[in-house]
Ligand binder design. Sequence first.
Ligand code: ADE
Ligand code: ZN
Length: 334
Amino acid sequence: MSKIIELIKKIPKAELHLHIEGTLEPDLLFKLAKRNDIRIPFANVNEVKSAYNFSNLESFLNIFYQGSKVLITEQDFFDLAWAYTLKCKEDNVVHAEIFFDPQTHVNRGINFDVVINGIYKALLKANKEFGLTSKIIMCFLRHLDEASAFEILDQALVHKDKIVGVGLDSSEIGHPPRKFERVFNKAIAKGFLTVAHAGEEGPSKYIWEALDLLKVKRIDHGVQCFHDEKLVVKLRNDQIPLTVCPLSNVKLCVFEKLEDHNLKRLLDKGLMVIVNSDDPAYFGGYLNRNMIDCQKALNLSMEDVKKLTVNSFKSSFLNIDKKKKWIDQINNLS
Ligand code: ADE
Ligand code: ZN
C-alpha cells in the first residue's frame, strides 16, 4: 500500500455530512423489509444495486425515500445507526455529525421518539464501546412547506438534549433557503445550530441565502459557489466550511467524473473544504473510499489529506479542547 493511502486510512477523521437513512445497505434493506413484512420492488441485492443509477438528485431521492419505508421500529433505527458506527470504526472516523430526516418517518406514522431514540442509543453504545463521538442534526425536507417544518421543530424540542442543530435537505432547485427563514429563526432562538444543503445542484444565490437568512455555520455541498467570484471570496475570507461529498456529486451527475471535481481547486484557493460521504450505501463508498478515490483522481498530496482532515475537526461542533486534541494528533503524524 502506498504511503498516502496508508495515511488516509490511519488518520483520525470527522464526518460532517452523512444522512443516516443513506447508510441503509441493501442487505439491511432486505432484512428489515422481511422483519416488518414490507414489500420492496426488488428481488435481490443485485437488483437493488443496479437500480442505483441516478441522473440527478431527484432521481436518487425517489429511491432513497422508498428505501426508508422499511424503517419502522426503534430497533430498526438502532440497527441502521449501529451499522454506520461500525463503518466509522473501520475507517478511523472518530467523530460523526449525523443528519436524520424526521418528516420522512413521522409523515408515514412513525413516532419521532422511535426514530431519535433508536439512533441515539446506537451512538451511545458506539461511544461506550469504541469511543466514537457524535452529534445529531435534524433536517427539514425542503420539498415540503414551512408549516410542516414548524410542526417537526415543535416535536424536536423535547429531544433538544439529543439534537445539536437543524439542517435543510431534499430537492434543492425550486426550494430556496428563503422559504425556511422563519423556521430557522425559531430554531436559532431555541438554541439549535444551523446548517443547510445549498449549491449542490442549485445556484450560488441559494448559498448566499443560506448564509444571510438561515445564519448557517456550514454549507452542505456548496460546490456551485465556483460560478460566483464574490461568493468564493466571502467563503474564503470567513472560512465558511463546505461539506463536500465527491462520490455523491459524481453519482448525481453534478460532475461527470471525479477528475472534474472542484474539491482540489477549492482547497487550493484556501476555502474550508471537507470530504464527506453523504449517502454511502447509495453512492459507492464511505469516507475512506471518498478520500482514496479523490486522492487518485485529483492527485491530492499528503499535505492536502492532512488539511482536509484538520478542516473536518475545525468545522465540527466539538468543543475547542476536543478539536485541539485531534488536530494536534494529525499534525504529529509522520
Ligand atoms: N437527502 C439525502 N441525500 C441528499 C442530498 N445529497 N441532497 C439533498 N438531500 C439529500
Ligand atoms: Zn446530503
